[in-house]
Design a protein around this ligand. Structure first.
Ligand SMILES: Nc1ncnc2c1ncn2[C@@H]1O[C@H](COP(=O)(O)OP(=O)(O)OP(=O)(O)O)[C@@H](O)[C@H]1O
Length: 295
């Protein structure tokens, strides 16, 4: 289990990336959701022992991550948002190289593990190609294969589906579900659909703090019967409703709002989604910040 208490991090230029952040995550896929720049990567890099926090505690399965980073690293797989590869090495050779760096010295066991991971990530047929020649989806699956070397109990994936086409995303999702059975997979994204499809548990991060955390379905259910949609450019947001999203459907303007009762005859009730919960959290945080500024 990952237990984070009151974690804070301020960069040298004064940017406060994490503000007394508290979070608990157990086994399975855990989604970390938040807009750009709220501190997701800062949190993941800190958990991955790539940077230190200024204060707070960070425990994983009884390991004090800040006191014993080496012990944590033996249990850790990490896929950063962007990762470089040696351009001239094949996928197979690169995995061999990383496996040795991770301490997998026994050649037969190492080869077996690499073969299993190549099969799991659907890369066996292209293992002889250089990773530089891979498509975006293949690269991400390679990134997951390298992170899984050594069978880590904690896997950290920073925006793993960014830039993938729908087919590659679906393939990646299959791999993620497959590998999350007996470990904690901490996954960051600003693609709400990805988190809703994959993660039974989620946390929403805003301005360096967790503003909402829980079972994904339990966060959505209380919104049942309170999400409404209206089509048309002339429809206004009624005062008793909270605007969640203005968008388009096949070119027609679409308004999506939160309201305990029907906001008016133009609005139809629709099923609530994680995106609604997320936008509501953003709107509430924005309103709170405005109130604080006004005081
Ligand atoms: N090394 C650094 N030095 C100074 N500021 C930094 C550094 N790394 C990140 N920041 C700042 O800290 C804040 C949080 O950044 P971070 O990358 O953790 O956010 P994020 O939620 O992962 O964003 P994104 O989704 O865009 O990757 C931002 O204001 C960012 O500009």
């Amino acid at each position: 289990m990952l237990q984070i208490q009151q974690l804070s991090k301020t960069y040298a230029d004064g940017t406060q990336a994490l503000r007394q952040l508290t979070l608990t995550a157990d086994r399975g896929l855990f989604g970390l959701l938040g807009p750009n720049g709220v501190g997701k990567s800062s949190l993941l890099r800190t958990i991955a022992t790539l940077q230190s926090a200024d204060s707070g505690t960070l425990l994983f399965d009884g390991i004090d991550v800040q006191q014993e980073p080496e012990r944590l690293r033996r249990q850790l797989g990490y896929l950063p948002q962007e990762f470089g590869v040696y351009p001239h090495l094949s996928c197979q050779a690169l995995l061999e190289h990383i496996a040795v760096l991770k301490g997998l010295h026994q050649a037969t066991a190492r080869r077996e593990q690499i073969a299993q991971l190549l099969a799991l990530t659907n890369l066996s047929a292209v293992a002889g190609k250089t990773v530089a020649q891979f498509s975006g989806g293949m690269r991400q699956r390679f990134g997951i294969a390298q992170a899984l070397l050594g069978d880590p109990k904690l896997l950290i994936l920073d925006e793993p589906s960014a830039g993938l086409d729908p087919q590659e995303r679906a393939q990646l999702h299959n791999v993620l579900c497959e590998i999350s059975r007996d470990r904690l997979v901490l996954l960051s994204s600003h693609i709400v659909d990805d988190i809703e499809q994959l993660c039974p548990n989620v946390a929403i991060l805003l301005q360096g703090q967790i503003v909402l955390q829980g079972d994904t379905q339990d966060l959505i259910t209380p919104l049942t019967g309170q999400i409404w949609q209206a089509y048309g450019a002339s429809v206004a947001v009624p005062p008793q409703a909270q605007l969640l999203q203005r968008s388009y459907q096949r070119g027609i303007p679409l308004l999506r709002v939160f309201a305990p009762q029907s906001p008016g005859p133009d609005f139809q009730p629709v099923a609530a989604t994680l995106q609604d919960r997320y936008f509501l959290a953003l709107a509430q945080a924005h309103a709170l910040a405005q109130m604080e500024r006004a005081l």
